[in-house]
Design a protein around this ligand. Structure first.
Ligand SMILES: CC(C)(COP(=O)(O)OP(=O)(O)OC[C@H]1O[C@@H](n2cnc3c(N)ncnc32)[C@H](O)[C@@H]1OP(=O)(O)O)[C@@H](O)C(=O)NCCC(=O)NCCS
Length: 193
């Protein structure tokens, strides 16, 4: 039986997760104009896998519809809990129910919130969701070598570099490495036992 058949994935998609400074909640249609502006910002998309040049509201609405139907994607908005302000998106993608793995993505789009631990708090909450609510075993992510802020945040949350894809990303006429980072539920359990 596929785990997606017995995990109530629809309930997970509707979750609201309250942490000290953030609220993780479902991403809504009304959020998407702001999402688009963030993704088109060159200081942000240089860290992301696509350049989002041709992104339109119509395309983004279709994407959200697809995400909401998907059995292998879980996307959320991040809010500043105190101010109830939408500041970014995060999600788990390519869930492989058989092998219990997935990929993680995050964008804190409101740059005023960078370096204030909101990313770390979000990453920790999503790790909890993946391991406890979705019963997955491993989370994987890809990060460019020049994204030191992200690498630091991921390491703080327990991710380690498992592989380096040498010079496979072109940015500003230079080829950069991509780090493949992972966190494994079993390793966390071992460390804490
Ligand atoms: C990456 C991201 C999620 C991190 O979230 P954040 O809230 O800014 O990060 P945090 O404050 O939780 O942690 C960042 C850490 O990196 C450190 N840092 C910041 N700039 C750094 C740099 N150039 N070199 C090394 N460390 C750096 C911070 O001091 C902090 O460490 P500390 O808590 O020990 O002081 C967020 O900045 C973001 O969304 N950036 C744009 C999109 C992106 O890069 N997404 C990830 C793609 S893989």
């Amino acid at each position: 039986m596929n785990p997606a058949d017995y995990i109530d994935y629809k309930a997970v998609k509707k979750l609201k997760i309250f942490k000290k400074n953030i609220l993780i909640r479902p991403l809504l249609k009304n959020d998407l104009m702001r999402t688009i502006n963030w993704l088109k910002d060159s200081e942000i998309h240089k860290f992301l896998a696509s350049d989002f040049k041709d992104l339109t509201l119509e395309k983004e609405l279709d994407w959200l519809k697809e995400m909401n139907k998907s059995l292998i994607d879980f996307v959320f908005a991040i809010e500043d809990r105190k101010l109830k302000k939408y500041i970014g998106n995060c999600g788990l993608h390519k869930v492989d129910w058989e092998n219990k793995t997935c990929e993680f993505g995050i964008v804190i789009g409101d740059k005023g919130y960078w370096n204030k631990n909101y990313g770390t708090e979000t990453i920790k909450a999503i790790i909890e969701l993946a391991f406890d609510k979705l019963n997955l075993q491993k989370i994987k992510l890809f990060v460019y070598e020049y994204n030191n802020r992200a690498i630091k945040a991921y390491k703080k949350c327990g991710f380690t570099v498992k592989e380096i894809l040498i010079k496979d990303h072109l940015f500003e006429n230079v080829y950069w490495d991509t780090m493949v980072m992972e966190i494994n539920k079993k390793e966390i359990f071992k460390e804490n036992s």
